[in-house]
Write a protein that binds this ligand. Sequence first.
Ligand code: DC
Length: 226
Amino acid sequence: MKRDGDNIVTIDGPSGVGKSTVARRVADLLGFSCLDTGAMYRAVALKASGAEVDPRDSASLSRLLSKTTVELSPEGHVFLDGRDVSELIRTEAISSLSSELAELAEVREFLIGIQRKIGEGGNIVAEGRDMGTYVFPGAKHKFYLDATVAERAKRRFLQNKRGNFPISDVRDELRRRDRRDTLRAENPLHPAPDAVVIDTTRMSAEDVIAAIFLRTKNLSMHGDSN
Ligand code: DC
């Protein structure tokens, strides 16, 4: 018999480990949608950055969120209040603010409500920090991707087309974000007890995708041809 979570794949892990690339590709292979939850935190950060509210003021923040919609299209675009903000959320300033806002219970509750609603339909690869531990604890296939800070900084550095930061700055920023993600009170980052932990330090993205697909391909919507 099918249970809730049977057709949900979760992929968690720290910043810069390559979750988005891997999750999108695994979703394509399975014929699932990809739920990029980091993009949702970034969209809220974009809204807060343009609004006249202090995010630390809980009442103002709740008021702001009550007037906010965040949606993801099947193609992976992010819509804030109906506007496609997929490009605007990929700046360093928004990265940093989203990491701060992700510590706040109001923001997490707001976004987790949306994420679970999307999850009700199943057939998703959900990617973030707390997918396997908190948002979809019943998911049958859980993965936690890890890599050393040095390796993640290298990947970020090579992928970063916008900034001209030295790699030591990228490494420092990742360390700051790791601390915030793992030490926060609300849903801190750690592997779910039933997650498959993959140390990707010496693996290519293709290797990681293959490792996850091997374990999940029975869920594929494409039949036996994969
Ligand atoms: O994965 P990302 O860099 O796009 O995520 C942006 C921020 O959102 C990141 O600093 C951590 C936070 N985040 C979170 O707290 N929980 C999630 N499920 C996803 C992202």
